[in-house]
Design a protein around this ligand. Sequence first.
Ligand code: FES
Length: 139
Amino acid sequence: MTCRWQWRTPPEEPTAASVVLVCGVPTSLPPTQLAALMEPYARHVLVCTGGYCSPNREGRMLYAQLARLLEREALLFGPRRVKRGETPCLGVCAGGPIVVVYPEGIWYAGVTPELLERIVVEHLRDGRVVEEAVFHRLG
Ligand code: FES
């Protein structure tokens, strides 16, 4: 299923019969039914958009750029699919913007638009970590 961002405004006074749709699906699905909505993915990228690690909050711009880069590199669908998420803090709060790639648990600091492009092309597309920008690894 492709998210089409079909946001619907919930009714002022929800009733038992009302259904709120987000991304085209009811928000009230139980976990057992949610599993059917998830397509396989290879990696998950989290971008800190908070203002402590990056006082000018460059992470917000990087998060938007990431979507364009993933589309350009054909990483939005299929077996190499990369999910992305933004978060207000990754618990580092210095040297940002901070970007982390799972499942490897590779943490990048000081991410610029140019470095983000390298992360997408070299790490996410080609599987080679951009070593000189890594400041932490899972484990
Ligand atoms: S604000 Fe970015 S890591 Fe905390």
